[in-house]
Design a protein around this ligand. Structure first.
Ligand code: AN7
Length: 345
């Protein structure tokens, strides 16, 4: 079958105004990878999958929401898009702006944005502005700018972002035949968990596919929804979710409550261990995207019962975006001779 983007594939499910324009980089349709070895290592008795959102065109799940938001914004006449970003939103906004022939302006927090994300925003032609503050400061600022200047805000406070992002839930139901029992997801600004839940609820209403329980995972140094208070100076190696005041935090907690789920915090060490564990199955994700596995492992340690269940880890971003986090071994150097190689194997 011809490859389609999500706006075409799920046209009857995505609510966009009539002025929305056709737009696609063939986002979505990402692999759902079974990881039985990993499940066995965690005690077994359940089916475990990775939804590898790093396979999207700009390497993260953001493309699903961005294609919808940009389609609407450009159709409404916008010629400049703006967003605050820890990196992936910036890369995605920049790509879809380029695709639609409009300008993108991205505000990033000082330091700590992964190199691959900045490189993406740059090559797609975005104007990159670093602010002397956190992601949360940047988001507050772009919200103000969007009310005062003729620019379209494409952060996940834009409702069309959720319309696009919810399609990942549709794909899970289409592929598994029903919703998973448990879904583990990283939580930063809390747009994605909100969108997925919306998707599952809408599919269930028409197709009786069920609604999963959630484990939302934040990084310990940036865990406002676990602590129950804003974190003024969020810090974590998982820079994508270095967010202290999530815009959709209240909605995320409602999703957790409605599905009898949990919001957990994982330490940087646990996140990096989980990243290595996923890599040992051949799946390289960025640190934020390893947080779901770190959270699941915590919950298993705490005695949760997964017997017979289908569990999905939402791995939101590609490891290639953040290569600097991986420490490289010193290469073994030899002369180009067979004997030297034989001696090493
Ligand atoms: C890989 O790019 O907020 O809870 O500005 O890049 O919907 O915010 C990124 C977030 C998880 C958290 N995994 O999703 C941004 C930004 C990855 C991410 C999240 C992000 P939300």
């Amino acid at each position: 079958m011809r490859s389609q983007g999500i706006l075409e594939k799920y046209a009857s499910w995505i609510k966009l105004p009539d002025h929305a324009i056709p737009l696609s980089l063939n986002e979505g349709d990402t692999p759902l990878i079974p990881v039985p070895k990993l499940a066995k290592g965690l005690g077994g008795g359940f089916a475990l999958y990775v939804k590898f959102e790093g396979a999207n065109p700009t390497g993260s799940f953001k493309d699903r929401g961005m294609v919808a938001a940009v389609s609407e914004a450009v159709g409404s006449g916008a010629t400049t898009l703006i967003c605050a970003s820890t990196g992936n939103t910036a890369a995605s906004a920049a790509a879809y702006a380029a695709r639609a022939g409009v300008k993108a302006v991205v505000l990033i927090p000082e330091g700590k944005v992964a190199r691959g994300k900045l490189a993406a925003a740059a090559i797609y032609g975005a104007k990159i502005i670093q602010i002397d503050g956190s992601f949360d400061d940047a988001l507050t600022l772009v919200r103000e700018v969007a009310t005062k200047l003729p620019v379209a805000l494409v952060n996940s406070v834009n409702p069309y972002r959720l319309e696009g992002q919810k399609t990942a839930a549709f794909e899970l139901c289409d592929e598994l035949g029903r919703a998973p029992d448990l879904v583990c997801i990283p939580v930063g600004n809390a747009g994605n968990i909100t969108a997925y839940h919306k998707g599952f609820v809408e599919y269930d209403a028409k197709k009786k596919t069920g609604v999963p329980t959630w484990i939302g995972v934040q990084a310990e140094g940036a865990a406002p929804l676990v602590l129950g208070k804003i974190v003024a100076k969020p810090e974590t190696v998982a820079t994508a979710i270095r967010i202290g005041n999530p815009a959709r935090g209240k909605e995320a907690l409602e999703v957790i409550a409605a599905t009898k789920g949990k919001m957990l915090a994982a330490s940087d060490a646990e996140i990096l261990d989980a990243q290595k564990l996923l890599a040992s199955e051949g799946i390289w994700v960025e640190p934020a995207s390893a947080a779901p596995l770190a959270g699941l492992m915590k919950d298993i340690k705490a005695g949760c019962n997964l017997n017979g269940k289908t569990v999905v880890l939402v791995c939101t971003g590609n490891g290639l975006k953040d290569p600097d986090i991986v420490s490289l071994p010193d290469p073994v150097k030899v002369r180009p001779l067979f004997e030297e190689i034989r001696g090493l194997l």
